[in-house]
Each structure stands twice: as C-alpha cells, then as structure tokens.
Design a protein around this ligand. Structure first.
Ligand SMILES: NC(=O)c1ccc[n+]([C@@H]2O[C@H](COP(=O)([O-])OP(=O)(O)OC[C@H]3O[C@@H](n4cnc5c(N)ncnc54)[C@H](O)[C@@H]3O)[C@@H](O)[C@H]2O)c1
Length: 213
C-alpha cells in the first residue's frame, strides 16, 4: 500500500491518500469506523451491483447505505436534497461519517453533502473510477450542477482519507481507463512541470497510453 499526503497551499488540512490492492478493510477498520456515532455510505448503483458482496462487503456491514443512481444528471440540487433528507431521516448527527463510494459524480455530491450537513461532517472518499482516483476525489473540491451547467454550486471539504483500491478498476470500460490516464497525465504536468518535462515528453506518454489501452 502506498500513502501520499495531499496538502494544498490554500488549506491548512492535509489528506492522506492510500493506493493499492485489497486495502479497504485495512483502512476502514471496525476500530476506525467506531470513532463515529454512525456511518452512512453513498454507493454508486453499478458499484453496488458489482462489489457490495465482495470488495465492499465488510466495509458496508452495519452501515446505512444509499444506492446512488448512475449518471451526471443526478449530480443535482434535487438529488442533494434527497440525500440530505435521507441523512436526517436516518438520524445522522454531526459526529457521523459519510462514505462516498463511486466515480466522480458520487464523490462530488457526497463530499458536498458532507460539507453542508450540520455545517460539516467527516467524509471518506472511496473512488472507483480511474478518473476519480487520480483527480475528482482528491483535493477536496465538491460540487453539484445547476440546470445544465457543471459544478456551479460547490465547496471545499477535505476528506479524512481517500482510499484508491485498484480492484475496482478491472470492471471499467477501456474508454474510462483512457479518460483516467489522460487526467493523470494532466495532473502530473500541472503539478510538477520540470519533472514532467525531464522524464517524458507528452508524445511519449500519449503513445504509452495508446499502447496500454
Ligand atoms: N471534484 C473534482 O475536482 C473533479 C475533478 C474531475 C472530475 N470531477 C467530476 O467527476 C465526474 C466524472 O467522474 P467519472 O468519470 O468517475 O463519472 P461517473 O461517476 O459518472 O462514473 C462513470 C460511470 O462508471 C460507473 N462506475 C463507477 N465505478 C465503476 C467501476 N468500478 N466499474 C464499473 N463501472 C463503474 C458509474 O456507474 C457510471 O455509470 C464529473 O461530474 C466531473 O465534474 C470532479
């Protein structure tokens, strides 16, 4: 398991990001989860279908689960309100923990819900697409769309940790892997231009992406 610390310049809090295979149960241990009064998991519908009885079985044991419908159109204010109602009806309090388990849609809206429910509750992101693992779930940016415009309403809410388990990636489509790799290259180029230029020109990396896919 690898651990990275994400410490943005404009924020005082740093986020540990863990990456590896078979790491969920090592990090979301019963001891960790017991630090909170209750745990509420928002799980992407497809991810729930594929992994609730395997990769996520222990993590979801005894946890309230909201199965989140697939698609960008659900990253909306209306769905946010439903999510907040669900938390309220299930008696979430300010010492509760929210888990966002899915692609960027689920991590964005769950992170936003965590940032505003009772003025902010603890949040752990479990990104399940490559794009969400390299970008969307990292860095604390959360949002929902307004009408047809993306990410108009949002907030910064730093997760307690981000768990990037590679077991989720095997069920992604080739297109999704490509999107994630392109995003990873963009993040690398933007975060350390000198290192990026030293080690690889964009064209070599792009060729590797094409070969990998
Ligand atoms: N907050 C940020 O900094 C940031 C950065 C980049 C993108 N984003 C946001 O991320 C969103 C896009 O994220 P995305 O590409 O992950 O899309 P997504 O969350 O819509 O997921 C894409 C599809 O993949 C499915 N899926 C998820 N995990 C899977 C798995 N392991 N196996 C099989 N299918 C799986 C989902 O059901 C969905 O149908 C956009 O809303 C974008 O605005 C946010």
């Amino acid at each position: 398991m690898k651990k990275f610390i994400y410490a943005p310049r404009h924020q005082s809090v740093a986020t540990p990001i863990y990456s590896g295979t078979d790491i969920i149960d090592k990090l979301a241990t019963p001891r960790f989860l017991k630090l909170f009064t209750a745990v509420y998991a928002v799980v992407d519908e497809r991810v729930h279908e594929l992994y609730s009885q395997s990769v996520l079985k222990h993590m979801l044991d005894g946890v309230s689960v909201y199965v989140f419908p697939r698609g960008e159109r659900y990253k909306s204010l209306a769905r946010l309100q439903r999510l907040l109602n669900w938390l309220w009806e299930n008696e979430a309090d300010r010492d509760s923990l929210l888990l966002g388990i899915g692609g960027g849609v689920v991590t964005d809206i769950t992170g936003f819900a965590a940032s505003c429910y009772m003025r902010g509750v603890a949040y752990v992101a479990v990104p399940t697409t490559l794009l969400a693992q390299v970008d969307a779930a990292v860095g604390g940016k959360t949002a929902v769309n307004l009408r047809n415009t993306k990410n108009v309403i949002g907030n910064f809410h730093v997760p307690q940790m981000v768990i990037c388990d590679s077991r989720f990636l095997s069920s992604l489509r080739t297109e999704q892997i490509k999107e994630g790799l392109v995003e990873a290259i963009k993040v690398f180029a933007a975060s350390d231009r000198r290192l990026f230029e030293k080690h690889a020109s964009m064209s070599i990396l792009m060729r590797k992406v094409c070969v990998a896919c």
